[in-house]
Design a protein around this ligand. Structure first.
Ligand SMILES: C[S@@+](CC[C@H](N)C(=O)[O-])C[C@H]1O[C@@H](n2cnc3c(N)ncnc32)[C@H](O)[C@@H]1O
Length: 264
């Protein structure tokens, strides 16, 4: 048996797997990769109303995206990472996007938002039709697929999601996804611990938008370094909450609203 099969077998053991993942999190500040969840596509019910068939399609795509087994796949939540309402069906996810959006002292009406690390798109969806334009980027193509399908089903024509690897592709290129090369606000939420160039990404955000909604993540040390970087790049940094209470798994992230970028 090779090492990766051995790791998978150990990771799948009922008590041992969760304990080992917890130990990894404590030691490394980030979750270990989860064993991929099996994916089975549910066929549509031809007798169901079209709206229900569309919900089924979205669920199939969410389940497919979750089956990747990434730490932010939110495998055990029916709705994946973000709670969302599709048609009339409420799907519970790991995080409640409205909780963070409601804390932001920002009027989104008619504005352009760039969401970096958008996952399945749930932070832009509740803003839906009120935005001028919402652009989400993520390097996981399955997440981007599901985000676009849900936005279409919800009639959110001004939302667009693209595949983009923040760590490997030129940040300047993000401007070409935006109508006027600029946004009114950037979302950088719970992504910095996953990327190496997070300082450059914060600087880039400050160069293209007057405001930033930021959620720190990682170990206390990582989060404190992220906060210091915010204070270097923005004249005003407001702590909106010191806890991510909408996430039953991980409450120790901080949410900031930053404006007045410092021009150097
Ligand atoms: C913990 S989730 C946060 C999702 C969302 N920002 C939120 O807070 O609701 C982190 C997201 O960052 C994305 N991500 C990680 N590394 C990335 C990279 N190099 N480029 C683009 N996206 C990345 C992941 O695919 C995932 O969707």
């Amino acid at each position: 048996m090779n090492f990766s099969t051995f790791k998978k077998k150990i990771g799948n053991l009922p008590m041992v797997g969760p304990c080992l993942r917890k130990a990894w999190r404590v030691l490394h500040g980030k979750p270990a990769t989860l064993p991929p969840a099996p994916f089975v596509r549910e066929p549509l019910d031809p007798t169901a109303a079209p709206a229900h068939q569309q919900v089924r399609q979205c669920l199939n795509l969410i389940n497919y995206a979750k089956a990747g087994g990434k730490p932010y796949s939110a495998t055990k939540y029916p709705g994946g990472y973000h709670s969302m309402t599709i048609g009339s069906v409420r799907l519970a996810g790991q995080r409640d996007p409205e909780y963070r959006l409601n804390l932001a002292p920002f009027n989104f009406k008619g504005k352009t938002v760039l969401d970096i690390g958008s996952n399945q798109g749930g932070m832009l969806l509740p803003l839906g039709t009120c935005l001028r334009c919402g652009v989400g980027v993520d390097y996981d193509p399955k997440m981007v697929n599901v985000a676009n399908r849900i936005a279409a089903v919800q009639g959110c024509g001004q939302l667009r999601y693209y595949v983009f690897d923040i760590d490997r592709e030129p940040l300047e290129l993000l401007k070409d996804f935006l109508p006027d090369e600029r946004a009114d606000i950037v979302f950088l939420l719970s992504i910095c611990m996953w990327i190496k160039n997070w300082r450059e990404v914060i600087a880039f955000a400050a160069s293209i938008a007057p405001a930033l909604l930021f959620e720190s993540n990682g170990t206390p040390q990582q989060q404190s370094e992220q906060e210091q970087e915010l204070r270097r790049r923005y004249a005003r940094v407001q702590l909106l909450t010191g806890e991510s209470v909408d996430d039953a798994n991980q409450k120790l992230r901080k949410l900031f609203f930053c404006d007045q970028p410092v021009t150097t």
